[in-house]
Write a protein that binds this ligand. Structure first.
Ligand code: MTE
Ligand code: HPA
Ligand code: MOS
Length: 796
């Protein structure tokens, strides 16, 4: 317990509050960036996208576009008054002379209407000189096309441990990226206010960075640009970095025409222009004892970065720091590198490299368990961290007992043993359908792995009538951060939830903010909101003490009333606010928070980069059809650790949504790029929901039980809570492992199964065919996992 984590009596945090915009979301009353634009008669910006994976732009003629009625201007590199770069690494020209991927925007057309802009874009003539391209990660590895530094994480001597390990396995694990498919595509709206400030409304998880990039592209200082984000219809990491350049395009348009400019990508543009989750290629060697204790791991991880660095270095870093997942690996050596390919620039996506690291070790566990002759659930359990152990990068693993308790709870509440027996009986009785039940753990590190980002600010205003308005640096993308911040403010000020309103995130209210990312939104901004509220409450306690003739330290604020210990008199919060004003006591405060106790040496790859770990476990049961590989998710049981929940309905929603999104990545969503030598090489083939299969109602688990781990107070975090946004995504590994086990069940007992990714019905089918081949009476020609994973239309 700490001052930060301690809760007062009857707190407003922990109450089952609906999302603050729930009614607006379902009625359509909640506005998004482009809804504001539609009201304003703004110009529309439309991209001209290159039809080559890699090419020089040799000539561009805009005259025909300008002749299209309603076209106002064509924006090109010559229109950039500042720096022609959309990123923070200097490798992302906003208007490129070298096309780096199929669909790269080479210029933008401004029109009076979307239709005029679209026709104008079609009329721009661009000449290209095509260049050789690298589309798949394997092509990039072959060509040694890498970008950014390589990273090595090392503990002990993996080679020596592998040389003496009783059981050694090696393999290649390859898995694809994932499209964010947020419901609201990228949107911004730029205009000047009457004082000459360039205002940009944008769907961005990082308004301060959008502000900075708009400023440097326009050659302005940060105080000349203000960015506001009202809310996003989903971000999932996709709006952590990539809205910046698009906002800058709208801002250039405004600066040249003096008119409001809106830029909202349609779905096809969004999916072909913006980055995705990184796919990885991993080669590994793992050593086990005969009892199934993992002794050593050696691996080379290659992340598919796409055409520019963007956030790839930090994503790779988090992957390397999650290779252990929940397991003690005494000797480990892992090399990480980022390939450079002619594809969209891959970026943050829920879990931010964590899922990719965890994928590797869970794949190893799932593949090796049958070889070791150990039940996969038992193999996993045997390797859990215990007290006193540290991660390979040197961070002590605090509370490993939580992992054990959560695991046991899931085993119990899911009736794991009994259902496993039922499943064995079902499988024995059914030749062409098999079921399986798998359980997997998650341990996920919370904090930005760039230490400086772990800070936040807030501005809290109490008006004379006692009503409260809060601003904080975090953005709302559906995850319920604003709801939590309202609950934090109400708790800290001792007022009812209804007394608090929240104003949209703006860089001219709270400056120098970090991205709302790394699941830290509530930890960081909650710390800052609480800090601001406490400053005000302390001043108001002084005023109330005089009114109540008590000592300020004896004054209590709770649900809108103000009392003093041992006194009968009761004041209202409003009365004290009014009196404070009359006494000229300040009723507003800016709050600040920085996460204590973090240190990280990125060169040595050593330190304690995380404030704490979030834990969880999931048990998933599937049924697979032997003729088609089609499957159903029959039941999911989850116990997840969110500390003392700030807002239980929100947190359960995050666990459910995270699980389903992870399940989509692992079992349904299949990004395909044209890797042929034809004219469309490098083109994303799955450009719409019709070809890119997202989870929908029909893929929901038929029974879905989510519990929050109880008595889970986390000292040192706001009101004892823990972050929830990303970790539950990785509970979906239980679905992949269940599919692996079900496919294996088509073969004789103990058949190992190498399941290609994503585990679509097609890949499950090939896996079960290979397993079935092991039956003495089966002779079917099925491709190997490798061939199945690498058709000419390659995944990434
Ligand atoms: N939940 C919804 N509904 N929409 C989102 O875009 N993004 C996820 C997660 N949950 C997201 C979401 C990601 S990637 C992160 S990092 C966290 O929310 C960010 O918000 P938080 O830090 O407030 O949890
Ligand atoms: N998560 C999300 N964004 C980040 C991180 C992280 O760990 N590090 C730097 N940017
Ligand atoms: Mo989340 S990937 O950190 O925005």
């Amino acid at each position: 317990m700490s001052a930060l984590s301690e809760r007062p009596e009857n707190p407003v945090v922990g109450v089952r509050e609906p999302h603050e915009s729930a009614v607006g979301h379902v009625t359509g009353a909640a506005l998004y960036t482009d809804d504001i634009a539609v009201r304003g008669g703004a110009l529309t910006a439309w991209p001209v996208q290159a039809p080559h994976a890699h090419a020089f732009v040799t000539d561009m003629r805009v005259e025909k576009a300008l002749a299209v009625p309603g076209v106002v201007r064509v924006l090109t590199a010559e229109d950039v008054p500042g720096i022609n770069d959309a990123g923070v690494k200097g490798d992302e020209p906003l208007f490129p002379t070298e096309v780096m991927y199929y669909g790269h925007a080479v210029c933008w057309v401004l029109g009076e209407t979307p239709e005029a802009a679209r026709l104008g874009a079609a009329a721009v003539e661009v000449d290209y000189e095509p260049l050789p391209s690298l589309v798949t990660i394997r092509e990039a590895i072959e060509a040694e096309s890498f970008q950014g530094p390589q990273r090595l994480t090392k503990r002990g001597d993996a080679d020596a441990a592998l040389a003496t390990a009783p059981r050694v396995f090696e393999g290649v694990t390859e898995f694809p990226g994932q499209e964010h498919f947020y419901l609201e595509t990228m949107a911004s709206l730029a205009y000047y206010d009457e004082g000459g400030t360039l205002y940009v409304q944008a769907g961005t998880q990082h308004p301060s960075e959008t502000q900075e990039i708009v400023a440097h592209v326009l050659g302005l200082t940060n105080n000349e640009v203000a960015v506001q984000c009202i809310r996003m219809g989903g971000g999932f990491g996709g709006k952590e970095m990539q809205p910046h350049g698009l906002a800058a395009i709208a801002a250039i348009g405004t600066s040249l025409t003096g008119r409001p400019v809106r830029l909202r990508l349609n779905r096809t543009q969004d999916i072909t222009i913006t980055g995705k989750r990184h796919g990885f290629h991993v080669s590994w060697k793992a050593g086990f004892s005969d009892e199934g204790k993992i002794l050593a791991l050696k691996a080379t991880l290659t992340a598919d970065g796409g055409w520019s660095l963007d956030l790839s270095e930090a994503v790779l870093g988090r992957a390397l720091c999650h290779l252990d997942n929940a397991y003690w690996i005494p000797d480990m050596e892992a090399l990480g590198r980022i390939s450079k390919t002619n594809k969209t620039s891959q970026t943050a996506f829920r879990g931010f490299g964590g899922p990719q690291g965890v994928f590797v070790i869970e794949d190893i566990m799932g593949r090796c368990a049958p070889e070791l002759g150990i039940d996969p659930a038992e193999l996993r359990r045997r390797n859990f961290y215990v007290a006193g152990q540290t991660t390979p990068y040197g961070q002590p693993v605090r509370h490993p007992e939580r992992m054990h308790e959560i695991w046991d709870q899931v085993i119990e509440t899911s009736d794991f043993a009994e259902r496993s027996a039922d499943i064995a009986a079902f499988n024995a009785a059914h030749e062409n359908a098999k079921r399986a039940l798998a359980i997997t753990p998650i341990k996920f590190g919370i904090s930005f792995n760039v230490a400086a980002f772990n800070q936040a600010g807030a501005l809290v205003l109490v008006y004379k009538d006692g009503s409260v308005l809060i601003n904080h640096g975090g953005t709302e993308m559906g995850q319920g951060l604003h709801t939590k911040m309202i609950q934090v403010a109400a708790t800290a000020l001792g007022v009812p939830r209804s007394a608090v309103r929240l104003a949209p995130t703006r860089t001219d209210k709270v400056p120098n903010t970090s991205a709302t990312a790394a699941s830290t939104g509530a930890d960081l901004n909650g710390g800052a909101v609480k800090n601001a509220c406490e400053q005000i409450r302390e001043r108001m306690a002084g005023v109330a003490a005089t009114m109540l003739r008590a000592n300020p330290s004896d004054v209590r604020f709770s649900h809108g009333t103000v009392t003093a210990l041992g006194q009968h008199a009761t004041l209202t919060f409003d009365e004290v606010a009014q009196e404070a004003y009359l006494q000229r006591v300040q009723l507003s405060a800016s709050g600040y928070y920085r996460t204590e106790g973090l240190h990280w040496d990125a060169e040595a790859w050593f330190g304690s980069p995380f404030k704490y770990f979030a834990y969880g476990a999931a048990a998933t049961e599937v049924e697979v059809d032997g003729f088609t590989g089609a499957y159903r998710i029959r039941r999911v049981d989850i116990v997840h650790d969110v500390g003392d929940s700030l807002s239980p309905i929100i947190d359960i929603g995050q666990v459910e949504g995270g699980f389903v999104q992870g399940m989509g990545w692992l079992t349904l969503e299949d990004l395909r790029w044209d890797a042929s030598d034809g004219p469309n090489r490098g083109r994303l083939l799955t450009q719409a929901a019709s070809t890119y299969k997202l989870p929908s109602f029909s893929e929901m688990p038929e029974e879905f039980n989510v519990s929050l781990y109880e008595r889970a107070h986390e000292g040192g975090v706001v009101y004892g809570s823990k972050a929830v946004g990303e970790p539950p995504l990785m509970l979906a590994f239980s679905a992949r492992e269940a599919l692996r086990q079900a496919a294996a069940a088509f073969g004789p007992a103990g058949t190992p199964c190498d399941l290609a990714s994503p585990a679509t019905p097609e890949n499950v089918f090939w896996a079960l065919q290979r397993a079935a081949l092991q039956n003495a009476d089966m002779r079917v020609d099925a491709p190997t996992a490798d061939a199945a994973a690498e058709p000419s239309l390659a995944r990434s």
